[in-house]
Design a protein around this ligand. Structure first.
Ligand code: GYE
Length: 340
């Protein structure tokens, strides 16, 4: 049956609709593709292909299970965001961290994350990073610099407050009287300086509370044990409590107390800071009395800061991580929910 004018025009308009529909779909697909490529933040767009962000991380070392948890958090978050992370372990030495930062500058990384082992001595290298236009994000420990524009932000806990919280718990447990020995963290580091100050402020109202001995245990379990052994030898029967700037040193002190034939957590009370899993196990076992949490899972916040700074945002100078106090009365209840 020959096809008349109206059927031909209907076919013609059907073909036109089909091509309009096709063109529209193609246009939508192109928009979606364009949007996908520009929204991938964690990549630096260099014209045709998007390169992953390159971030240098100058880590202090692996002195404690807290530090290991922090390193893992930053590694995992970089992987999750497809960021090329150049991690450098400085083995506790500032000169190694400075070398690492200079190498990151030479590699023209997009940003630098720094966990500064000590507070001072950073101005020259931070000025070089600034001159190279590379933003620096500080994690967990602060620096003392005359020009705060040398770093974009500091993501950390309030160490003075942590020291005060430990003091308040111990003052109550000792009814305001007793001899305390102190295991300090790395000399010159922000947590050691501030946790000491906060604790001293916290016990000041209690005339009966005295710090009778104080020495660095370098934030390690082994050194914590060694120093506690020396304290026990030097002052047998005269120690009522231990204040340790981190859980690892406290766990070393527990070993020393047990080897001296005493009951940690009973004969000598022990308060520390970090909130690592081993500390909760020691509290459940009655050997540690209290730990003030200091959250090491700083990966997400650190890379949020990196991406915001690279997007031109100005960040608050301090991003303070909230901490809580845990003791034997709550340890068993929360131990399974602990992430580090
Ligand atoms: O408390 C300790 C680590 O800088 C807050 O360093 C960190 C401290 C932490 O060695 O376990």
């Amino acid at each position: 049956m020959p096809r008349n004018a109206s059927t031909r025009s209907r076919d013609g308009s059907r073909r036109r609709h089909a091509s309009v529909l096709l063109l529209t779909c193609a246009a939508i697909a192109a928009c979606v593709f364009a949007f996908a490529s520009c929204s991938k933040k964690s990549s630096s767009d260099s014209g045709s292909e998007s390169k992953p962000l390159v971030v240098g991380f100058s880590q202090i070392g692996a002195e404690s299970s807290w530090r290991t948890a922090e390193t893992k958090s930053i590694r995992d978050e970089a992987d999750k965001r497809g960021i090329d992370l150049r991690l450098y372990d400085a083995q506790q030495k500032q000169e190694n961290q400075i070398k690492a930062i200079n190498s990151f500058i030479a590699q023209r990384v997009d940003a630098i994350i720094l966990a500064p082992v000590v507070e001072t001595g950073w101005e020259p290298v931070l000025m070089q990073a600034k001159a190279a236009g590379i933003p620096v994000i500080l994690v967990d420990r602060g620096v003392k610099v005359s020009d705060e524009s040398l770093y974009a932000t500091l993501i950390a806990s309030d160490f003075v407050a942590e020291g005060r919280m430990a003091a308040q718990w111990l003052a109550k447990a000792l009814n305001g009287a007793g001899n305390i020995v102190e295991l300090q963290g790395t000399p010159g580091s922000a947590p050691a300086i501030d946790r000491k100050r906060g604790f001293e402020e916290g016990i000041a109202p209690h005339a009966g509370l005295k710090i009778t001995r104080s020495q660095t245990g370098e934030f390690t379990r082994a050194k914590g044990k060694e120093v506690m052994e020396a304290f026990l030898k030097a002052a047998p029967g005269q120690i009522n409590a231990v204040y340790a700037h981190n859980d690892d040193m406290a766990l070393g002190a527990i070993q020393a107390i047990e080897e001296a034939g005493l009951k940690p957590g009973t004969d000598i009370l022990i308060v520390s800071i970090d909130g690592v899993r081993a500390a909760f196990e020691a509290m459940v076992a009655g050997k540690l009395n209290c730990t003030v949490e200091c959250n090491p899972l700083l990966g997400p916040a650190a890379f949020d800061a990196v991406e915001k700074v690279l997007a031109g945002e100005t960040l608050p100078k301090n991003i303070v991580v909230q901490d809580r106090v845990f003791d034997q009365s709550t340890a068993a209840e929360v131990i399974d929910s602990r992430e580090y």
